[in-house]
Every structure is written in structure tokens, then in C-alpha cells.
Design a protein around this ligand. Structure first.
Ligand SMILES: C[S@@+](CC[C@H](N)C(=O)[O-])C[C@H]1O[C@@H](n2cnc3c(N)ncnc32)[C@H](O)[C@@H]1O
Length: 239
């Protein structure tokens, strides 16, 4: 019988492409389990731990693995973050499809991750908070990439224990290693849209106490505008 093959959506495909050949993977918050199952089907990784804090998503991952014939090479762990994963079990840890704050909390609870494992983080929200947390918490950024999925640009951060110079506001919002990414100009526009929404909210609220924050956000918006104009000129693009 012909082997059934999974197809990944662009966001998961980009993550899959960033995982080194032969790795032992932990996919934290695996849900459907598509990422580890695809990687095993393609022979890209040796083994995978698929973990989730909720039983139903973990059962979904198990069903996916059984349907595509990869269950033998997988362990399924019902646990919060990395609570059920022991240091040294995985070379690469993926935490994807969650809010930036949740990702920070998961990393905070597993300080041993700084010693050895490589992390691939794909936040759905608040990437600037995640970047700030990493730079203040003993991590260095190795790579940042953007992927477009359903008209939205998602950053993916490859990081590992180490140090890096602190990031300023602009870098937290624009990314530090994204300048060569073909989608960076559009990412800046997307980030400006988020800043604009905050500005609109603050302006509507008309609170004196927000004056400093308003000024900070206005400066940030203009700084991203300057970067975007330079980048568009250099790349001959307009967004
Ligand atoms: C939106 S899904 C993302 C699934 C997959 N990683 C992806 O990127 O497509 C988020 C999953 O993370 C799980 N989750 C949320 N908080 C978690 C935590 N603290 N530890 C482990 N899993 C968590 C949820 O149960 C859910 O299955």
C-alpha cells in the first residue's frame, strides 16, 4: 500500500526546514503532531518527543502518528512545558503556535535549556516581549526568519544559551537578524500596524499618565518608518 504523506502549512514547513538533519526533537505544545510526524516521514530526524499540556491535543498527535506510521519513533508526554522532558533527551526544542508570554513562561520554568539544546520559537503574539526576555535571560539569537501564512507574517527565532548585547526598542520590534529577509519590509509595516493600534487606543483614552508611553510609541513608529524607507530604497521595493 502506498505510504500516506502529510503536507505542512507554510508556517510549519518553515520550522521543519530549520531543524538540523538527524536531530532528536521535542515539540512542546504539539497539538496535532504534524511537525514531528512530517519530519520522521521525511527521515529528517531520529526521534521525537511530542508533548502537550492538554490530553485531547496529545491524543490527536498520537492519532496522526499512527495514521502516518511514525508512532514507533515518538514518545507522547502529557505535561506543562518541558516538565516531563529530561535534560539531554532532545537536541532541538520547538515551541510554536503559542503567545510570546506563554513561551517565556515555559522557558523560565526550564533553565537547563540554556545548557545545550537549540530552540526554535515561533510566537503568535508579542514577539518583542519574547526577544526582550531572551536577551535578559541568558540566551543569544542565532537566526531569525519570517514566513507568510494566510496573509500574516510570523517570525521564527533560533536561539541557544549564551549572551548578546541588549536590544533597544527598535530591535525588539523590528528584529535583530531580519534585515536580509525578503519579507522584512512588510514585517515592519505589520509591526507599525500594531503600534498604530496602541497609539489609537492611548489617544482615545486621553490620560495624562500615558504621555510618556505615547511619545515612546510615536518615536518607535517613526524609527520603523525610517528603516522601512531605507530598506525599500535599497531593495527597490514598495509595500
Ligand atoms: C495553537 S496550538 C499549536 C500547535 C503546534 N505547535 C503548531 O504550531 O501548530 C498550541 C498548543 O499548545 C498547547 N499548550 C499551551 N500551553 C502549553 C504549555 N504551557 N505546555 C505545553 N503545551 C501547551 C495547547 O494545548 C495546544 O495544543
Amino acid at each position: 500500500m502506498e505510504e500516506r504523506k502529510l503536507r505542512l502549512q507554510p508556517r510549519l514547513q518553515m520550522l521543519a526546514n530549520m531543524i538540523p538533519q538527524g536531530a532528536r526533537l521535542a515539540d512542546v505544545g504539539t497539538d496535532h503532531g504534524y511537525l514531528p510526524v512530517w519530519l520522521l516521514q521525511e527521515g529528517r530526524i531520529r526521534r521525537a518527543i511530542a508533548s502537550d499540556i492538554n490530553a485531547e491535543p496529545l491524543a490527536h498527535a498520537r492519532r496522526t502518528a499512527e495514521a502516518y506510521g511514525t508512532a514507533e519513533a515518538m514518545d507522547f508526554r502529557l505535561c506543562a512545558g518541558l516538565d516531563g522532558i529530561v535534560p539531554g533527551e532532545a537536541d532541538v526544542v520547538v515551541i510554536a503556535g503559542m503567545g510570546g508570554e506563554t513561551i517565556c513562561a515555559i522557558l523560565e520554568a526550564a533553565p537547563w535549556l540554556r545548557d545545550g539544546a537549540e530552540l526554535l520559537l515561533q510566537p503568535m503574539t508579542k514577539t518583542e516581549e519574547l526577544r526582550a526576555w531572551l536577551s535578559a535571560s541568558g540566551y543569544r539569537l542565532l537566526e531569525e526568519r519570517l514566513v507568510e501564512d494566510k496573509d500574516f507574517l510570523y517570525p521564527i527565532l533560533r536561539t541557544a544559551g549564551g549572551t548578546m548585547p541588549p536590544m533597544n526598542d527598535e530591535e525588539l520590534w523590528a528584529g535583530r537578524l531580519l534585515e536580509s529577509d525578503p519579507l522584512w519590509g512588510r514585517y515592519l509595516t505589520q509591526q507599525q500596524g500594531r503600534i498604530q493600534k496602541r497609539l489609537d487606543g492611548l489617544r482615545r483614552a486621553r490620560r495624562e499618565a500615558d504621555a510618556g508611553e505615547l511619545l515612546r510609541l510615536e518615536k518607535l513608529y517613526m524609527a520603523l518608518e525610517g528603516r522601512k524607507e531605507r530598506w525599500n530604497r535599497e531593495h527597490g521595493t514598495r509595500d
